[in-house]
Design a protein around this ligand. Sequence first.
Ligand code: HEC
Length: 126
Amino acid sequence: MKPILISMVAAAGLMVAGSVLAVDMPAEGQSKCAVCHAIDKKVVGPAWNEVAAKYKGDKDAASKIAANITKGGAFGWKLGIMPAKGMGASDAEIKSLSQFIAGLAAPAKAKAAAPAKGEAKKEKTK
Ligand code: HEC
């Protein structure tokens, strides 16, 4: 029980660190995808920033990206063939990575401001 708790705390710490830096690849991405991908530059596959741009404004972006990662293949980048699930990512990892990639489309500033927007609206209606 105890080691599990400790690793959960450690994972939470990593997540906090990741959100502070905002553009750091999540740990599962580092181990399962980084041989072919980087966030801001093309490696073997496209830069995840560019993938985010491709799906910008698509509310189903995360699920479409997840489907493509899961099945692998070619998605029109003409860079080659991506292996299904990268280097063996689990479905849960694919889900969180897809959300991460889709989230890159929103500028960091807008993301940080998102919760405040709702509050601002409330204030207006007062
Ligand atoms: C062996 C290399 C390799 C690995 C490992 C790999 N990819 Fe890819 N990936 C590619 C290539 C090549 C493409 C571009 C295919 C094309 O030309 O259309 C691609 C494309 C993509 C795309 C674009 C999908 C789209 O809809 O346009 C995403 C997102 C992506 N990869 C995510 C991942 C994630 C997440 C992982 C880790 C779980 C991963 N990749 C692991 C090679 C790789």
